[in-house]
Design a protein around this ligand. Sequence first.
Ligand SMILES: [Zn+2]
Length: 187
Amino acid sequence: MDKLSKQQRHKNMAAIHSKDTKPEMIVRRGLWSRGFRYRLNHKRLPGHPDLVLRKYRTCIFVNGCFWHGHNVALPTRFLDCARNDRGIEEVKSSECCKIPKTNREFWVAKILRNKERDKEDQKKLAAMGWHCITVWECDLKPSKREETLDSLAFTLNHIWLQDHSSQKTNDTMEEENGMLMAAEERI
Ligand SMILES: [Zn+2]
């Protein structure tokens, strides 16, 4: 005897299924297996990045395409426009972010608020010297997953090399300045 309705069972199955395949887990596993180490949900950083890689001075956000409005077409001055109906009309769904037709105004406002917040958080993080990478849910579907994770690893290595080489330049300059000062002192 099956006590669960078909709908309930579907819900349960979906919950079990999503536990292991949720986008954040895919990124975590993918980076871990490529040798990267990270901290999770750093509460003290703006926007609570999903993964924080201190060695790379990088925060990674794994964003759901719907809630964060991936690729939605926005009017140029969308934040102003969103306050009137005309602006809301101009916001267009994308392949991975389909804005519901019912309560459209509510959903557009919500998605725009999220996008605005994302931008603010990343601005703050950049001002604190952090690199920010956004990984989108749709780029983690099975057919694209490995490519996305490889390119993420490539980007991280690139960031490290860049930071490291500019650090090296600073050290060299300091060293040269030090030598110059020492030379001047001797005179
Ligand atoms: Zn997407």
